[in-house]
Design a protein around this ligand. Sequence first.
Ligand code: SF4
Ligand code: SF4
Length: 470
Amino acid sequence: MARSEAILHPVKNIHGGATLAHYKNTAESVSAVMPAPAQVVIAMQQHIGAPCTPLVKKGDTVYVGTKIGDSDKYISAPIHSSVSGTVTGLGSLLLPSGQTVETVIIESDGQMTPDPDIKPPVVETAEDLVKATRDSGLVGLGGAGFPSHVKLTMNPEKPIDTLIVNGAECEPFITSDYRESVENTENILEGILFLKKLLGIKNAIIAVENNKPKSISMMHSVIENVLGDKMSLDVTDDEKTQALYKIASDERDVDNTIQLMRLKSRYPQGAEKVIIYTTTGRKLPLGKLPSDVGCLVMNITSISVLNKYIKTGMPLVARTVTVDGGAIREPKNVVVPIGTSIADVIEFCGGYKAPARKILYGGPMMGNAVIDVNMPILKQNNAILALDRKQAEKRVESPCIRCGRCAKACPMNLQPLEIESQLRIGNIEAVKALYVEYCMECGSCSFVCPAKRHLTQVMRMAKAEVKNLK
Ligand code: SF4
Ligand code: SF4
């Protein structure tokens, strides 16, 4: 393996954002596999796009991986049983988003028997890959829930030159992506190489925040072991934490690279627009997709799950969830069958050690409050946080002191204070002119505000008002 001169990466610093306490208490918690729950309630919509229609009825026998819901719409993803057992009925569920969706309720036989029809897919072309991804039921596992096959459908008019593997995991508490990156490093690399090859993408950037050095060093070792003589390493100024590998494999040219990029640990580093900018320097305009700037952004766990599907044919039926918060007795990472109730997951983590004042699907910055612990785990849930009294303390607002911190913290360069003022007087045209549609509801403005103003909720309302203008 040859080493050449240092390479400077096109890394841009995140604009604004917030420095948060990490609270990554579960980082060293090896993912524990949860046994079969007695029952799962599987929502027919666990993704952005069209809901699925149930394909099973009361009394049907299902296995782990049996398809139980699908849609003929392009932006949707099929849904599979996460246990073996019997369908006991169909129901409905009110999601935290306010949407009511159908559910399939399955009583588990406790055996977790795989569907006998499951076999690895044949994936030789880009079209095969898109079909396999759809069949796997994969959606963005970092929280977005966008159907992955849609992302992987290449548009010849918008060539992709960079695959960004998003391992930033910038929200406090959550460590599920980190665990995937250290427990399944080789599988992730295989997935990256497979995507690069089939989709013809020259460069891959594996982007990880600098509070996860183990993730980067393990990826280093695996790249060197797997690629061996097929690549050379151009080491950066910070050897072994940032590196650019040039892969000289038979079918690729010299631009075929894998970059390990260490990002500053600053929220919201993992947001799609932000990570495109910090890793490539490209700005994603409003209403445009990453493909418009030559990028494909995939969550690191999504790549791992896709590669496992390609090897085994077992669709997305379980996922790793970080269970943490001051009310949880034994915080840990748990591999949970989709559709398991939050109550069962918390029970598996030793139950409560203090009264839970607030339970969140996801992290403290962008997570949604849960009103019922019988709610099921969805595909896109990377964390369950049960906050104790102190953590859930209500933010009491006081008048704005016009300090400007909210504007300074906004990664999208917005003026939350001005937007709030214009919204209050009902000047929606002015709100629109302040580019509120760029707001990604990251919560940084609220977090830094000394007056504890509920700016993120205001931004959400302002966006809805602007939408109504159209
Ligand atoms: S951070 Fe809060 S107090 Fe400061 S200008 Fe913004 S809204 Fe006002
Ligand atoms: S205005 Fe929106 S994007 Fe900007 S900091 Fe606030 S929530 Fe984040």
